[in-house]
Ligand binder design. Structure first.
Ligand code: ADP
Length: 163
């Protein structure tokens, strides 16, 4: 059984992430979306919230599991017996960081390969950071994230403003 991990922060999941999930789920038998629990990154959504949101927007896919993780990605891959890691590439700016990560991971665990899917053109500009910035100023994010994520973002911004 061909199993892969698609790791990320997904803070929150966007149409760009969903595009990579949809395309990679067709290539493998089982796709594990690994949600990084790393408070040093100061995520807007807790790892539980990010997992729940991903579960909601991927519920129609049959071969996907959403699993939180912390620590080294290669340890997580080994634990799940995943043959490879999937990452999305948007632009040259992504490439440098992704190259370094994939080579480091390969040194740590030669049994795990990283595979890259290039972004679909319509999402090449899209990042969770931009979506959060637009939402913080009350802008329309309906073209960037599913409706349920848009609602969760609005709620989160309200809570943030009131503290
Ligand atoms: P990280 O914090 O690990 O960069 P992200 O949640 O930002 O996590 O992204 C997870 C993965 O999804 C990364 O490989 C990233 O390049 C990819 N990705 C993010 N946005 C897009 C997009 N719009 N199109 C394609 N890939 C994307």
């Amino acid at each position: 059984m061909l199993k892969a991990i698609y790791p990320g922060s997904f803070d929150p999941v966007t149409f760009g992430h969903l595009d990579i999930i949809r395309r990679s789920s067709k290539i493998v038998d089982r796709l594990v979306v690994g949600v990084l629990n790393n408070n040093a990154k100061m995520p807007l959504f807790s790892v539980e919230e990010r997992v729940r949101m991903l579960e909601e927007v991927t519920k129609d896919f049959k071969n996907i599991a959403i699993v939180p993780f912390e620590g080294l990605l290669v340890d997580f891959a080994r634990k799940l017996d995943a043959a490879f890691i999937i990452r999305g590439l948007r632009a040259i700016t992504d490439f440098e960081y992704e190259l370094q990560m994939s080579q480091t991971n390969h040194k740590l665990e030669p049994g795990v390969e990283t595979m890259f899917l290039t972004t679909s053109i319509e999402y090449s500009y899209l990042s969770s950071t931009t979506v959060k910035e637009i939402a913080a100023f009350g802008g329309d994010i309906s073209q960037f994230v599913p409706e349920v994520i848009g609602k969760a973002l609005k709620e989160k911004m309200k809570v943030k403003r009131s503290v």
